[in-house]
Design a protein around this ligand. Structure first.
Ligand SMILES: Nc1ncnc2c1ncn2[C@@H]1O[C@H](COP(=O)(O)OP(=O)(O)OP(=O)(O)O)[C@@H](O)[C@H]1O
Ligand SMILES: [Mg+2]
Length: 496
């Protein structure tokens, strides 16, 4: 996959999406930002991408990263997509406040989108102002980088740039643009849009296959196998969310990627007290996207993806090229879709086994621990670190979370199931169970200060959550849930 490259001193960008996928985007150049200033740069990611981190702090970078000035020669676009939002079909969504600057190709040939969120109103903006506020963009930065550090596939944050513009939310807020890097921005909603349009469907599928599953290019059954590959990646992804207590919050089909990366950090959060019904999003009144519903919801989104692929699979599966076999396509896609929950459950069982130090899943032991946790609602993240401490002979952390009588019978069974080498088991558990996650109250405190111009707490928190497994006695407060009296205003900046 090659295309002409636009070269600035900062970025060399290709544009295969714009070149190959007519009908899937509109040209768009960001709106003017009155006083763009780069606030944060992800040095590690910049280096990984072969970019010069220092150069990303310059005024030229601020112009580009705010969307104010396109990189010389770049073809910048707003991508079109549809989506099922809270179950309801929206035929036309698309990047209402975002643009694709282009694609970065690293030394290994890996292609990644460089995308701006908050860069102004596009044709898809509907009633929105096309903008984003500093708080939510820094929030996406923090949480996506925490996810990456946890080993969970995700879009990455390269930079946040203040625009110098005041935007209206509940109150006036400083505007900002997030520069996001992703292995692509193709969503289930992109396929729903392509299906509706008709012509772009096959080009989009072939493009996505070439980009994400090059081994399938040209295969006679590539669309069905592509579907299976996406089902598998999403099953693995959602199991990783469940294993760390992550709740995405807005699992609409336009926020479900084909790459298997987590995307769109809005009202997402990590669960504190264990409760499978936990929901953070204030608009999710029915609990559709609650913690425990995430696997079936992703399965539901993949059903929408399967529907979008029916014409392509029907043409490939049929013996007669002039007679697509829709029934056979539906049967084949349904068969693959039917494996989703089992794939997820197998991944999750392995994660939970590792979380409690077992080499193999033991569903009764895991279910029974969850039953105790449901009853006593201990801090989810803290419980697994406390179990490792228990193995080291330190019972205090667990006693602070769950009454001893309630957990003692389970602990006996657990000890009997564990390998002999308890110290080594505890160390192995600590390598998969984070001690530091972006705790809602700490994120809140850091973003409040950042919105007022003080980035120190943000930088500190970022440093802690990007080393999530390494306990440091000096960072005790970062491992604690919110105090009961944390009070009002909790869980803000989840908006837009
Ligand atoms: N302030 C806004 N102005 C214009 N469009 C918006 C705004 N906020 C959201 N939208 C659009 O509403 C739809 C749903 O928004 P959603 O919050 O899922 O996406 P997003 O956070 O803007 O972006 P992404 O999914 O790329 O992270 C998208 O089409 C998005 O572009
Ligand atoms: Mg979105």
């Amino acid at each position: 996959m090659t295309s002409s490259a636009a070269t600035s001193t900062l970025f060399t960008l290709e544009n295969t999406f714009a070149r190959d996928l007519e009908g899937m985007f509109v040209p768009f150049v960001g709106e003017h930002a009155p006083d763009p200033r780069v606030l944060v740069v992800n040095t590690d990611l910049a280096e990984e991408l072969g970019l010069d981190p220092e150069a990303l702090h310059t005024a030229e970078a601020a112009q580009i990263l705010s969307g104010s000035t396109p990189p010389p020669g770049a073809t910048t676009i707003a991508m079109a997509y549809s989506g099922h939002q809270f179950g309801g079909y929206q035929p036309l969504l698309g990047d209402g406040r975002a643009l694709l600057l282009g694609e970065l190709v690293d030394a290994e040939g890996a292609r990644r989108d460089l995308h701006l969120k908050g860069s102004g109103r596009t044709r898809f903006a509907r009633g929105g102002d096309g903008r984003a506020a500093i708080g939510p963009m820094l929030r996406e930065y923090l949480i996506s980088e925490a996810m990456h550090a946890l080993g969970i596939p995700t879009t990455r944050a390269l930079a946040v740039t203040a625009t110098g513009q005041t935007i209206m939310r509940d109150a006036p807020e400083p505007g900002a643009v997030l520069a996001r890097v992703a292995s692509s921005h193709i969503r289930v909603g992109s396929f729903e849009f392509a299906l509706r349009q008709g012509d772009p469907l096959q080009p989009l599928a072939d493009y996505a296959i070439a980009r994400h599953h090059p081994d399938l290019v040209g295969a006679d059954d590539r669309y069905l196998r592509f579907f299976e590959a996406v089902v598998d990646k999403q099953a693995a992804l959602v199991a990783q969310w469940m294993a760390v207590g992550f709740i995405h919050g807005v699992l609409n089909t336009d926020n479900t990627t084909i790459s298997g990366e987590t995307i769109d950090y809005g009202p997402c959060a990590f669960m504190d007290a264990y409760d499978p019904a936990t929901v953070f999003s204030s608009i999710d009144v029915q609990g559709r996207y609650a913690y425990t519903n995430q696997p079936p919801v992703i399965g539901w989104n993949l059903a929408r993806f399967a529907e979008s692929l029916i014409p392509l699979v029907a043409a490939q599966i049929s013996a007669d090229p002039d007679e697509p076999d829709t029934d056979a396509a539906i049967a084949a896609l349904t068969g693959v879709l039917g494996t989703f929950l089992d794939r997820h459950d197998a991944h999750l069982a392995r994660h939970f086994a590792a979380k409690i130090g077992l080499a193999e899943p033991d569903s009764a032991l895991i279910d029974d621990l969850q039953t105790v946790m449901r009853e006593h609602r201990p801090d989810f993240t803290g419980t697994f670190r406390a179990l490792a401490e228990e193995l080291r002979g330190n019972s205090r952390p667990l006693d602070d979370l769950i009454p001893r009588d309630a957990i003692a019978p389970w602990l006996d069974r657990w000890h009997a199931a564990l390998p002999e080498a308890e110290e080594a088991t505890a160390a192995a558990m600590d390598r998969v169970n984070p001690i530091y996650i972006p705790r809602n109250h700490l994120v809140d405190i850091a973003l409040r200060a950042a919105t007022e111009g003080d980035l120190e707490k943000f930088e500190m928190l970022l440093g802690v959550i990007t080393r999530p497994f390494d306990a440091d006695p000096a960072l005790g407060a970062y491992a604690q849930p919110a105090p009961d009296d944390f009070g009002e205003g909790f869980q803000t900046f989840c908006g837009t």
